[in-house]
Design a protein around this ligand. Sequence first.
Ligand code: CDT
Length: 307
Amino acid sequence: MTRLITVGAAQLGPIQKEDSRESAVRRMIDLLRQACSKKCDLVVFPELALTTFFPRWFVDDIKTADHWYETEMPSLTTKPLFDTAKELGIGFSLGYAELTATGERFNTQVLVERDGTVVAKYRKVHIPGHEEHEPDRPFQHAERYYFTPSDEGFGVWKAFGCRMGMMICNDRRWPETYRVMGLKGVEMILCGYNTPMHYVPDPSQDVLQGFHNALVMQSGAYQNGTFVVGVAKGGVEEGVEGLADSSIIAPSGEILAKTETNGDELVTATCDLDWCYQYKDTLFNFDRYRRPEVYGPITQQRGTILD
Ligand code: CDT
């Protein structure tokens, strides 16, 4: 039987420092309603979708940043989003900063089914940027100060009649992210991102941001025979321009839908999951063609070792 999922990439424009979570939730509810009129089963929102991208500022005492984090999900503030999704019968995935009961801080994404139940939470594995204050930068990218890298790895969950995976922003640049999920049979990977157009350590990469974003997600989709849904928080947020270019990518690596603006915008695609097997069962038949016996260094060492 054909398995079809209509998915929406619900890009958000900027969320400024003074904007409330309630206003972000209202914007997401508006996108959910648009998604309903496009008959979506699932809507994907960006990384840190409830607040501004706060790691662009450093604070000496991290406890003074607690207000950026969620201690529960759903929370009082996000409940209207869960309620609307349930009312419309649409699932969603949403990124947020998580502060656990034991005081751990993760960059997290939640997957919610059409009946409003939480399927899974994924905590970001690859945390980019820096740990310390770097006062000479035009803006900070202190994610490594604000978030602990998760050791839980990459899960794949049965939901929406599909094998679903999640990754968050910088995770999408690492081929291991996709391959671990590929080895668990993933059919659709959901990814939110906040990508500054200006890469401070090497500004020559600035003009390539859109190219690199497409390059990594299209190749990850193709090499693992999976759909990838990449969703931005784009536009100028607190003076920092963020890449938009949200897209829905097929297992062939082709882009099926892509946003045209850098504001709140929904694009959708109906995904036939059988398409995954045109790649998983042929060129990328892992069981037939992979050679894990010669891939040892991938898990045994972190950095390059020169002879
Ligand atoms: N949010 C996030 O992971 N952004 C990174 C920026 C890398 S530059 C410090 C990204 O990979 O897009």
